[in-house]
Design a protein around this ligand. Structure first.
Ligand SMILES: Cc1cc2nc3c(=O)[nH]c(=O)nc-3n(C[C@H](O)[C@H](O)[C@H](O)COP(=O)(O)OP(=O)(O)OC[C@H]3O[C@@H](n4cnc5c(N)ncnc54)[C@H](O)[C@@H]3O)c2cc1C
Length: 600
């Protein structure tokens, strides 16, 4: 039985445990709670789902998971992923306006989607499975975080995984006994242009999740028999029968309960169906509410930058730089191509009865495609100042373009205006098209978030601060990546498929000579976008690090019984899409917790 066979039957039910010990010793400065668990996990996303699974392996621990979103339904078809941003499974956050950024977006506001569901953002993501490079983790450890080097974290990736990969796979680096199925992403013939073209540029074919940092490969995806495998489907559905695991969906945590005298967390307050309730944690509270949700709850509890807390009128419990150090992969959507051959995705031809049956019966065919994403390359541009083999750019190959659905859905999810879409991508509707998206892996610019108010229902304010580094390294690296892709487009492999560069100018940049450096720098300001990999708002680091919020055991500095485990603790942007790294953080967090409480 695969995890996918198990029906959606978690949430909405409360286990009856007559022999549950509802102990409730109140210490001074604590509010009464209605129930006590050993651990409370806030948020059941990529990380939280893993932690819930692993902690509930210990039979005599009682675990409560509180997730504000609902269980997912009708999310299994990978190709229709972009529709999910228009459902209740998306928080629908937007970045604040930044002068000279997101100029192609409605009201110049870039959407910053995040998942609101059992499974979190893994319910709406593109299912790309990437782990990050050895350099990332060794640097992470070298910054004062022992236990997070590549050698230390690799076993956790392997532990989670149950691989069915076949393409270019190095099995020494993959697991077969975990909960997370990984499969080769659907390929159309055109991905050969990308892979062979890169080979011509001397980029080797590798397993990008193994020991080679630079190289190209077809994508490894988190699907099970061709269907989306969210963290909830992988890690929760198969263990929801455990009597010591209680999962409440539609439970919105509004407050962390922290004893102001002992500075120890002892529970949380949450709202569910209009009723507010307080629950206690006799051992620890674990925050896994994501890069935006975790810092929000910390700041509301008085753990944050002192001046910001004072501005909000929240008494300071601990002055820590929560919400700062926000890092993200800035990506460029302006490199699209057409081909006259039927080798790319075109929406109108895909949704036919044969493909639909093939998907539902066999879990095969183009509808299993990861929103069109087919291959990935990690490269080093001429601008790179990274160590030897450390890539500075990821090239993401999409076997279609924003014109795939005639501008109906994908580009709207990115907030792109009619004017820009019609001018740049509209003409591609009449052809078959493809895209190569460069992602800036190690941005030097940093953003931040802060709270709008002390009302937990108010969304935080998000400031991306893209391309603001003083040395202009970010913009120069992206420019170098554009030149690299242009070289790729000149290869024989591309010529074989009659691939032609889309030269429709971006309105607003015509004042620059087409293809000049100033032209592309202008385009980056219009069509530069997030690929949703924000990290770092609850940075991991030693107490001497002025930006650090949690230590290498994920404990909040100066606060007892409170850990944070999700993408927010990742100290800097790593060479990976961030779902698998969040799961790795979850696996490691569970082990750290077991060690603390002697339950290994
Ligand atoms: C459109 C999109 C595409 C992406 N594509 C990929 C991809 O292909 N591959 C990849 O690796 N990564 C991808 N990512 C990024 C990746 O999915 C996320 O970074 C990762 O899932 C985050 O995991 P997390 O555990 O940190 O947080 P999340 O998975 O976001 O989990 C946090 C959970 O906490 C809940 N929560 C928040 N606040 C509260 C509260 N107060 N009370 C109760 N619950 C709360 C949220 O509802 C959510 O369920 C994508 C992201 C997006 C938005």
């Amino acid at each position: 039985q695969t995890t996918y066979d198990i029906e959606n039957n978690i949430g909405h039910h409360i286990y009856k445990r007559d022999n549950f010990d509802w102990l409730n010793h109140l210490k001074p400065a604590q509010e009464a709670v209605s129930e006590i668990y050993d651990f409370i996990i806030v948020g059941a996303g990529s990380a939280g789902s893993v932690i819930a699974n692993r902690l509930s392996e210990v039979h005599d621990w009682k675990i409560l998971v509180l997730e504000v979103g609902e269980e997912e339904k009708y999310t299994e078809m990978p190709l229709t992923v972009s529709l999910l941003q228009f459902t209740k499974y998306n928080w629908r956050y937007f970045m604040e306006r930044q002068p000279g950024i997101a100029l192609a977006c409605e009201n110049q506001r870039m959407p910053w989607p995040k998942g609101k569901a059992l499974g979190g953002t893994s319910v709406i993501n593109y299912m790309i499975y990437t782990r990050g490079q050895r350099f990332d983790f060794d640097k992470w450890a070298a910054q004062g975080n022992p236990g997070w080097s590549y050698k230390d974290i690799l076993p956790y990736y392997i532990k989670s995984e149950n691989t069915a990969l076949k393409n270019n796979v190095d099995y020494r680096y993959h697991g077969v006994q975990g909960y997370l199925r990984t499969e080769d992403a659907y390929q159309s013939e055109i991905s050969n242009a990308f892979i062979n073209g890169l080979n011509e540029l001397e980029i080797p074919i590798v397993d990008y999740n193994a020991n080679k940092s630079l190289g190209v490969s077809t994508i490894q995806g988190t699907t099970s028999e061709g269907k989306r495998l969210s963290a909830a489907r992988a890690f929760l559905h198969s263990v929801n029968h455990r009597p010591n695991l209680r999962i409440l969906t539609e439970a919105f945590v509004t407050k962390l309960l922290i004893n102001r005298e002992t500075k120890e967390a002892y529970g949380v307050e949450y709202e569910r169906f209009g009723v507010s309730n307080r629950v206690g944690a006799s051992k620890e509270v674990i925050l896994s509410a994501g890069t935006f949700g975790s810092p929000q709850l910390l700041i509301l509890a008085g753990i944050g930058p002192k001046e910001h807390l004072e501005e909000l009128g929240i008494p300071v419990l601990k002055n820590l730089q929560v919400g700062r150090n926000l890092q993200d992969h800035f990506a460029f959507l302006g490199l699209s191509f057409s081909t006259n051959q039927y080798v790319t995705h075109h929406f109108s031809q895909l949704l036919n009865p044969y493909n639909i049956l093939n998907f539902y019966i066999n879990g095969m065919g183009p509808l299993t495609g990861l929103g069109g994403a087919q291959a990935i390359a990690y490269i080093k541009t001429s601008q790179s100042k990274e160590p030897a083999d450390d890539p500075d750019i990821e090239l993401l190959f999409i076997g279609t373009s924003l014109a795939f659905d005639f501008g109906l859905v994908i580009r709207r999810g990115m907030g792109i205006t009619d004017k820009i879409y019609n001018a740049v991508f509209g003409p591609l509707e009449k052809t078959y098209s493809l895209m190569i998206i460069p992602l800036l892996l190690h941005p030097k610019s940093k953003g931040y978030l802060k709270l709008r108010s002390k009302d937990p229902h108010d969304y935080p304010l998000f400031y991306g601060n893209y391309l603001t580094d003083s040395g202009n390294e970010d913009i120069d690296t992206l420019l170098a990546s554009i030149r690299y892709v242009q070289r790729l487009a000149q290869t024989k492999a591309f010529a074989k498929f009659n691939v032609t560069f889309n030269t429709n100018p971006v309105p607003g940049c015509e004042r620059h000579k087409f293809d000049s450096d100033p032209y592309w720098k202008c385009c980056l300001r219009f069509l530069g976008q997030t690929l949703h990999h924000q990290v770092g708002t609850v940075k991991m680091g030693p107490s001497e690090d002025p930006e650090a919020v949690v230590n290498n055991e994920l404990q909040v500095h100066g606060i007892g019984r409170l850990r944070v485990a999700d993408c927010s603790v990742i100290p800097f942007a790593i060479a990976a899409h961030t779902s698998a790294p969040a799961m790795m953080v979850g696996e490691k967090a569970a082990d750290l917790i077991k060690t603390t409480w002697n339950k290994q």
